[in-house]
Design a protein around this ligand. Structure first.
Ligand code: ADP
Ligand code: MG
Length: 293
């Protein structure tokens, strides 16, 4: 084949593979945007494991009418403006690539009403074409709908697993988000079923309940709460007792400055703390938060 420059739409579809692999990655990007927008409540609905539909609705700051189309444009972000800003980003996103990437491999609809605006507006993107903004009713906040993921990229669609497997991944992501942000309410629905409902957890009891909802009631009764501060670090959370150790390392949650982190160094360090109290081949369970300022 001769060398040729690829059409823009195709470039984006290929690049989208780095951001979007499956419904759970769509949900991740949309939830991160909601959190960046200061949402206190995030509602997630999926159909067919998220392949047919991922819908995330939040009560965050919303997007003003004239910026709605920009939200779907490549390299467009409200989170940084200069290279220096990279050193101090506190938001989960900043590349301005999530929504446009998702839009290049699905059909996206955004409805949003900005704080202080008296109505909402909607834009839709499909096949590289944008329609809107048109007025649409919406309470303050944003709803993003992602329809028919990979409908136009059969090669990627082939790599999707069974609906229930994709759904399980979405559920796992919501669980991590719920553990990361006790101050935010989360709900997950699939079709007509409600799969998770986490009201915002402001008290210790409510936080225990949320942890129990994810790891099980038994974890809470068989764990120790810790809270430790020193040397500019703050470590807090729940340590499962050795009696609660598991055959699999499936209940190990670690958050660094509010972001889920899976890291060998951390896993190894926690393991080390358990070294004298765990039987060989057993894995500790924990939910830990490390804050570094
Ligand atoms: P990034 O998060 O890296 O900035 P995205 O493509 O995920 O890029 O989003 C682009 C922009 O759209 C964001 O910078 C933000 O201004 C706006 N946006 C996206 N989702 C929301 C939301 N749920 N609430 C408010 N603004 C949003
Ligand atoms: Mg983002």
């Amino acid at each position: 084949m001769p060398i040729r420059v690829l059409p823009e739409q195709l470039i984006h579809q290929i690049a989208a593979g780095e951001v979007v692999e499956r419904p759970a990655s769509v949900i991740k990007e949309l939830i991160e945007n909601s959190l960046d927008a200061g949402a206190r409540r995030i509602d997630v609905d999926v159909e067919a494991g998220g392949i047919a539909l991922c819908r995330v609705r939040d009560d965050g700051c919303g997007i003003v009418r004239d910026e709605l189309a920009l939200a779907l444009a490549h390299h467009a972000t409200s989170k940084i403006a200069r290279i220096e800003d990279l050193e101090s980003v506190r938001t989960l996103g900043f590349r301005g690539e999530a929504l446009p990437s998702i839009a290049s491999v699905s059909r996206v609809k955004v409805v949003s009403r900005a704080a202080g605006a008296d109505t909402g507006y909607t834009v839709a993107a499909a096949d590289g074409m944008l329609t809107g903004p048109a007025p649409a009713p919406h309470p303050q906040g944003t709803t993003v709908e992602v329809h028919e993921l990979f409908f136009n990229v059969p090669a990627r669609r082939k790599f999707l697993r069974a609906e229930r497997t994709e759904l399980a991944q979405v559920q796992r992501f919501i669980e991590r988000a719920a553990l990361a942000r006790f101050d935010v309410a989360f709900r997950l629905g699939s079709g007509r079923r409600s799969l998770a409902e986490h009201t915002s957890a402001e008290t210790e009891r409510a936080r225990d309940a949320r942890v129990a909802a994810v790891l099980g009631e038994e974890f809470i009764t068989q764990s120790m709460r810790i809270e430790h501060e020193g040397a500019g670090l703050k470590l807090s959370g729940w340590f499962g007792l050795p009696t609660y150790a598991r055959a699999q390392a499936d209940q190990q949650y670690f958050f660094l400055n509010g972001r889920p982190l899976r890291d060998r160094l951390v896993t190894g360090a926690v393991r080390l703390a358990y070294r004298d109290v765990l039987f060989h081949g057993r894995h500790p369970a924990y939910v830990l938060y490390l804050e570094i300022d």
